[in-house]
Design a protein around this ligand. Structure first.
Ligand SMILES: [Zn+2]
Length: 224
């Protein structure tokens, strides 16, 4: 991860370059956020007392896996003769690749870009991020950026007159995300055990962002 909301916002920036094909843009936005759902594997391992090493920013950030993933969608689409499933697969492939590259550039950590064939690619090897940021502010900021992603979707929906029936619900979820941000902004600095409630809130919020993207696909797929 960079923050999931940043990935979401970056994905929306390419929509003007994207050909208008059903579910393609939806796939790109989902694909930009999906790789950090490897947090589920980390959460499972943590709660079961297993080793969490090698679970985050590995298989889900590997272009080998991403290519295989897109290929499976392509085959299903060809088999069922449903082109939009193929569009979705291409979109997911593009989006997940964008995610892995953005992590490489701005996340101050390595990414196993060629997992399982090659170790970590790390542009930040010699750099130590400031203590107030590392595993502290950056964590709380997850919720801030998801809130900003929701605000962006809301403003686009108002402009394009799409998903009008969902905007009230979206506003409530935006407030939930701002509240999580404020709560964790305190917790990360005062309580070493913050990461268990953080993990729960994070997985919930990332799933929420994926769900809302699907719910608002009309807005996401508007080509301005
Ligand atoms: Zn990531």
């Amino acid at each position: 991860m960079a923050q999931a909301g940043i990935h979401g916002l970056v994905s929306m920036a390419v929509r003007k370059l994207t050909p208008k094909k059903e579910w393609l843009m939806l796939g790109i936005v989902l694909g930009n956020m999906l790789p950090d759902m490897d947090a589920l594997a980390v959460a499972y391992a943590t709660l079961s007392g297993l080793d969490t090493h090698g679970l985050h920013r590995t298989f889900s950030h590997s272009i080998v896996v991403i290519f295989g993933f897109a290929l499976v969608f392509y085959l299903i689409s060809a088999l069922l003769k449903r082109p939009r499933i193929g569009n979705l697969g291409v979109g997911l492939g593009i989006g997940m690749t964008m995610h892995a590259l953005l992590d490489l550039i701005i996340w101050f950590r390595g990414v196993e870009l060629f997992w399982p064939f090659y170790g970590e690619v790390n542009f930040w090897g010699g750099y130590t991020p400031p203590a107030w940021w590392y595993n502290k502010f950056e964590m709380a900021a997850e919720f801030l950026f998801i809130a900003l992603f929701f605000l962006f979707l809301a403003s686009l929906a108002r402009k394009e007159k799409t998903n009008g029936d969902f905007l009230k619900t979206l506003r409530n979820w935006t407030w939930v995300q701002f509240s999580f941000f404020l709560i964790f902004l305190v917790l990360v600095y005062i309580w070493d055990g913050y990461y268990i409630p953080f993990g729960a809130a994070y997985i919930f919020s990332l799933s929420l962002a994926l769900g809302i993207t699907i719910r608002m696909r009309k807005t996401v797929e508007v080509i301005a």
